[in-house]
Design a protein around this ligand. Structure first.
Ligand code: FAD
Length: 303
């Protein structure tokens, strides 16, 4: 029987996922689609629902890990990257990279996002997880978004609905998808902005471990990214996890909250290592670490 997904032009079968995330792991996706127009998203989701198949949206892949066994549904790779001015707001397709938006803003004499230079990922991924760096969070510049709701509706929502907080948003709970984002930036001196970008790039350089990783693996339990209170990295370090290996997954020697892939990791390795750290931290500190990175099993999200 021909299903609904097979009728959509551009659908690929058995596409390998490993090279599409910064963790570098992932078997084949049964169905795969390169999204270049965000307004095509509803049709794809509706087809999956009609076919009873799971789906997942992939941005830049810097905060998600696919199973080495692949995904038994549709992976939608968001490559919709248009960025333009809408009055005095910058409006970007959710697949636009933060670095591209910063460059666009500076060219248009707008400042306020420079601290996010070097933060990998799309604006869609950044809104979902309220990404941030150097004290600037997505919530500080977010004006509104066009989303695809769990009820199958395309609609604009503001900050109250999206409810951005430390590495969290309502969308993370509902699974609703970001199609477009409007950002409020301030007119400013472009040369000063470019200088700030250079300084941010320099201060990020050498800070993060090199290699296959999805960034900070656990959220900081204190609910912030600036190192107040006990950080996940400090607790993992104090429990002796720096350099600790489980199969092909290991904890960086440089940063104890960076879970790395030596090129041979499996989802079991990631889950086992993650559980060992959670158990040790719970025993020593009485704190249950929560994952920041989204793990995607063969049939969907692993909570
Ligand atoms: C070296 C390194 C450094 C990092 N430094 C930082 C840092 O300083 N600060 C920080 O906050 N993060 C950091 N991260 C994590 C990562 O960059 C952010 O979480 C980023 O916002 C993820 O965006 P993405 O497009 O890569 O999302 P992906 O990894 O592609 O997706 C992450 C999750 O968001 C969902 N998603 C993606 N697009 C959408 C959409 N349009 N609508 C709804 N859901 C969507 C996915 O389904 C998935 O569940 C770092 C990661 C790495 C590898």
């Amino acid at each position: 029987m021909i299903n609904q997904l097979d009728k959509i032009e551009g659908i690929k079968r058995g596409h390998k996922l490993a090279k599409l995330t910064t963790f570098g792991m992932g078997g084949p996706a049964d169905y795969f689609y390169e999204l270049r127009d965000v307004m095509n998203l509803p049709e794809l989701i509706e087809a999956c629902e009609a076919d009873g198949l799971p789906w997942v949206i992939l941005g830049w892949g810097s905060n998600m890990i696919f199973s080495d066994k692949g995904f038994r549904g549709l992976v939608i790779h968001n490559l919709a990257k248009s960025i333009e001015m809408d009055g005095n707001l910058v409006v970007a397709d959710s697949g636009a990279l933060l670095s591209q938006i910063i460059q666009f803003a500076l060219k248009n004499g707008l400042r306020g996002m420079e601290k996010m230079m070097g933060l990998p990922g799309t604006i869609g991924g950044a809104v979902r997880g309220n990404a941030g760096a150097f004290g600037l969070e997505t919530k500080h510049i977010f004006e509104k978004a066009l989303i695809y709701t769990s009820g199958g509706e395309v609609r604009e929502v503001g900050p109250d609905y999206v409810a951005l907080s430390y590495r969290h948003s309502r969308l993370k709970e509902t699974g609703e998808l970001v199609l477009k984002v409007w950002l409020r930036l301030e007119p400013g001196d472009t040369a000063e902005g470019v200088a700030e970008v250079r300084q941010i790039i320099a201060s990020r350089a050498g800070k993060h471990p090199q290699g296959l990783t999805a960034g900070s693996f656990f959220k900081n339990p204190s609910g912030n990214s600036v190192g107040e209170g006990l950080s996940a990295g400090l607790m993992s370090d104090q429990c002796g996890f720096k350099g600790y290996h489980v199969g092909g997954a290991f904890i960086s020697e440089k940063h104890a909250n960076f879970l790395m892939n030596d090129g041979s990791a499996t989802m079991d390795d990631v889950l086992n290592l993650s559980s060992l750290i959670q158990d040790a931290v719970l025993k020593k500190y009485g704190i249950r670490l929560e994952r920041e990175v989204q793990l995607i099993g063969e049939k969907g999200k692993i909570e």
